[in-house]
Design a protein around this ligand. Structure first.
Ligand code: ATP
Length: 353
C-alpha cells in the first residue's frame, strides 16, 4: 500500500517530518507493509520545478492509496498558469473528496475551553459558496458592475445526500446523534434542500437521534453546551468556520485533525494553516497532522478490510494522547518545552515500545 507525503509550506516540512517518523515506527512495529514516499510540493517545488504541484507528483498522488498533505501558504502562490496550483482545492476537486471530516475532541489533561467537547463535523466539501468549485466552467464569483460583486452558492441534492450518508454512518459508530446545521430560515431553497435531504437520509438509520441548529445559534451553543454534540453535518463554508471554532474550544488549532475523503481517495490534512510566523523554528505542534494520519489509516483500514491498519490508527491516537497527557511532553503552543523534532521522536518511541 502506497502513502504519498507532501510537506507543503511553512511548518509543513517540520510537522510532516514528525509524522513520517511516527508512520515509519508503526510500519516496523506492526509490519504494515506501507511504502512511504515523500515528494516535493508547494513553494519549494515551485522554486525547483516551476510548479507547486508537478504532473509527476499528480500522477504519484493518483497512484497512491492515501496522501498526507502538509499545510500550504497558497495566498502567496502565483497564478496557476505560472505554476501556482493551490494543492488543497486541486485534490478536493480532482479526487472528488466530498467529505471533510473534522473531529474536535478535548484531549485528556490538555487545557481546553471546552473540556467535555467530543464532536465531529462532517462538512460538505465540493460546492456551497466556494467560487473555485461551484461551477462547471467559469468562476462562481463575478462583478455585475464595477461596484456590484455577486457570488453563487450551489447546493445539490446529490452532494447533500452523500455527505449525509457519511455523517449518519459515522454517528452510528459513535453516540448516534446527528445535528444538521444550516440557515434554512433565510436560505429557504438552498439550505431547505440540504436540510430535507439530510433528514431523508437519516430516516434510513434506525436509532439515530436527529436535531437541527441554525448556524448563528450553533456558534453560541457549542460554546455553551459543547458536550451535547456528537456528529454535526453542514454545508461547506459553515463547516469551515464552525470547525475552527470547535478546534480552538477543544484545545487549540494545533490539535485539530481532518481528513478529506471521497469514494476512492483520502487525504490527511491538519485543520490549521502553514503558520509562517513559526516556520523553521522547530516549535510547531505536529499533533493535528499526526491525528489526521491516524484518521487516514482508519479510513484505509475500513476500505480495505485491514484490521492491522485500524489498530495502527488506534496505536497512533493512544501514543499522542499519552504524550499530551503530561505537561512536560507538549510543544510550546500548549505551554510545553518540546520542539517539533523531540515531540515526533517521543511519539515514535511510544509506538515502538
Ligand atoms: P496560512 O496563511 O497558511 O493559513 P496562518 O498563520 O494565517 O497561515 P494558521 O497557520 O492557521 O494561519 O495559524 C494561525 C496561528 O496559529 C499562528 O499564530 C500560528 O503560529 C498558530 N499555529 C497554527 N498551527 C500551529 C501548530 N501546528 N503549532 C503551533 N502553532 C500553530
Amino acid at each position: 500500500m502506497k502513502i504519498l507525503v507532501l510537506d507543503g509550506d511553512g511548518i509543513g516540512p517540520e510537522i510532516a517530518g514528525a509524522t513520517v517518523r511516527a508512520v515509519d515506527a508503526l510500519n516496523h512495529r506492526l509490519n504494515l507493509g506501507l511504502e512511504i514516499e515523500r515528494a516535493d510540493s508547494g513553494l519549494s517545488s515551485l522554486e525547483k520545478n516551476g510548479a507547486t504541484l508537478t504532473d509527476d507528483v499528480m500522477a504519484k498522488a493518483a497512484d497512491s492509496d492515501g496522501v498526507i498533505l502538509g499545510p500550504t501558504h497558497s495566498i502567496v502562490y502565483p497564478a496557476p498558469e505560472d505554476g501556482g496550483i493551490n494543492l488543497s482545492p486541486w485534490f478536493r476537486k480532482t479526487f472528488d473528496l466530498y467529505a471533510n471530516i473534522r473531529p474536535s475532541k478535548a484531549r485528556a489533561g490538555v487545557p481546553a475551553m471546552a473540556p467535555d467537547m467530543d464532536l465531529v463535523i462532517a462538512r460538505e466539501n465540493t460546492e456551497g459558496f466556494y467560487a473555485d468549485r461551484s461551477m462547471y466552467q467559469g468562476s462562481g464569483e463575478f462583478l455585475a458592475t464595477e461596484d456590484v460583486a455577486l457570488a453563487v452558492r450551489k447546493i445539490t441534492r446529490s452532494a447533500s445526500q452523500r455527505i449525509a450518508e457519511s455523517a449518519c454512518r459515522l454517528a452510528m459508530t459513535r453516540r448516534r446523534k446527528l445535528t444538521i446545521v444550516h440557515k434554512r430560515n433565510v436560505l429557504k431553497l438552498s439550505d431547505g434542500l440540504f436540510y430535507d435531504t439530510v433528514l431523508d437520509v437519516a430516516a434510513g438509520y434506525d436509532g439515530l437521534e436527529v436535531d437541527e441548529a441554525i448556524i448563528d445559534a450553533m456558534t453560541a451553543l457549542v460554546v455553551r453546551h459543547p458536550g451535547t454534540f456528537d456528529v454535526v453535518v453542514t454545508t461547506n463554508m459553515f463547516g469551515d468556520i464552525l470547525s475552527d471554532l470547535c478546534a480552538e474550544l477543544s484545545g487549540g488549532l494545533g490539535l485539530g485533525p481532518s481528513i478529506n475523503a471521497g469514494a476512492n481517495h483520502a487525504i490527511a490534512q491538519a485543520a490549521h494553516g502553514s503558520a509562517p510566523d513559526i516556520a523553521g523554528k522547530n516549535t510547531a505542534n505536529p499533533t493535528a497532522l499526526l491525528l489526521s494520519t491516524s484518521m487516514l489509516l482508519e479510513w484505509l483500514g475500513d476500505r480495505h478490510g485491514r484490521e492491522d491498519l485500524t489498530n495502527a490508527a488506534r496505536r497512533l491516537d493512544e501514543a499522542v494522547d499519552a504524550q499530551l497527557a503530561d505537561a512536560a511532553g507538549r510543544t510550546a503552543d500548549l505551554g510545553g518545552p518540546l520542539g517539533t523534532d523531540s515531540f515526533g521522536e517521543a511519539i515514535a518511541s511510544r509506538i515502538a515500545g
